[in-house]
Design a protein around this ligand. Sequence first.
Ligand code: S3P
Length: 446
Amino acid sequence: MDTQAPQPFIASRPAAALQGDITVPGDKSISHRALMFGALAVGKTQISGMLEGEDVLRTAAAMQALGAQISRQDGDWLVSGRGIGGLVAPDDVLDMGNSGTAARLLTGILATHDVHAIMTGDASLRRRPMRRVIEPLRATGAVFISQPGDRLPLTIIGAREALPVTYRLPVASAQVKSAILLAGLNARGVTEIEEPDPTRDHSENMLRHFGADVMVSQHGPARHIRLVGQPELRGADVMVPGDPSSAAFPVVAGLLVPGSRFAVNGVGLNPLRTGLFDTLREMGADLTIRNARVQGGETVGDIMVEATSLRAVDVPPGRAPSMIDEYPILAVACALARGVSRLRGLAELRVKESDRLSATAAMLRAGGVLVEIEGDDLIIHGSPSPAGGGLVETHMDHRLAMSGLVFGQVTQAAMRIDDARFIETSFPGYVTLMRRLGAQINPANG
Ligand code: S3P
């Protein structure tokens, strides 16, 4: 995608409130995992509601290159798996595009397959750290040859007789946890992970759904996960809920544009993903859930949004894992809130698709908002009507582009967004959907 021309947009205040009920595309985390577990299972996996964004399509292509059969039929995706240990060496380099989740989880799978593979990604992904997965995965017996700083491109020589890993996560990362669990599937013995701060548990839930033996015990906030190696995974059906991280953008837009009122239907509400909605409620947001139900092992509901005037918030660092992708759009909400907000403990934002801590601060400053970064904290001085008129630099980061397009709905003068191409990685159809709600988003010419 980084070879195509940039797509600049102008976002400006709509004349009227946002309205009309919507649904958002499928959950990115669950979609990646459904394809990977399906490829490692024996038999057929049918995935409905899968996110057809660039990131997930990269995972589909990689699993195909490793020997799984994957096809699309009547809107569903069908995977015919090879069984654990059954993947084959790819003919070519595996290009994971912009997706850290695809790259890190796949590194886990390859570590315990007797294959030799080379993985790369786009300029953003090639800057992101891989040491966090390479280090624990070395204990399986796999060999990794990387670029300086443990970056992609990465050569992976999978272990022939893999050993299970015991590891305490030094950073709260579901990607690292999942990479180790995926590696543990083809290791003889028990893989054990200790998680001091709980992160999204889609891998654990889905492993069980496919028939693996996974035990999770809670010790205060910490979680201990045990996976028995070499189970026989059986193909299973997966219904992917709407992505709460994608719902975040129209939800915040609806809260901020005066008079707005609509529902975002069928959103995944796994409690390890809903930190943003809890935080917005602390800010006084009128958000209610209707039709809460359990669908394929995950809680799903309809979010009713009504425009509310928000107050500032102090977000503790421990909440970060449950809303790690939502800080750029939360920052937009804080920019419009009464008072000074402090978002604490955001070190991990520096190693996302961009350095999101600086890029989020720069986005708000470009719209005339007073922002400080103190250590790993982001401090935002809210105002009822930021001046706007600036340029949002998105740095190949889909979530900055989507946040910038929401920000421009509530600034006095329009905001320009330098490049919206990367929205395709996680939220195909975002601009069309936001326009249907009534948002003012137009291509900028030159
Ligand atoms: C993800 C985990 C998060 C998140 C990413 C998806 C996953 O990364 O930022 O978008 O699917 O496991 P970390 O776990 O590394 O924080």
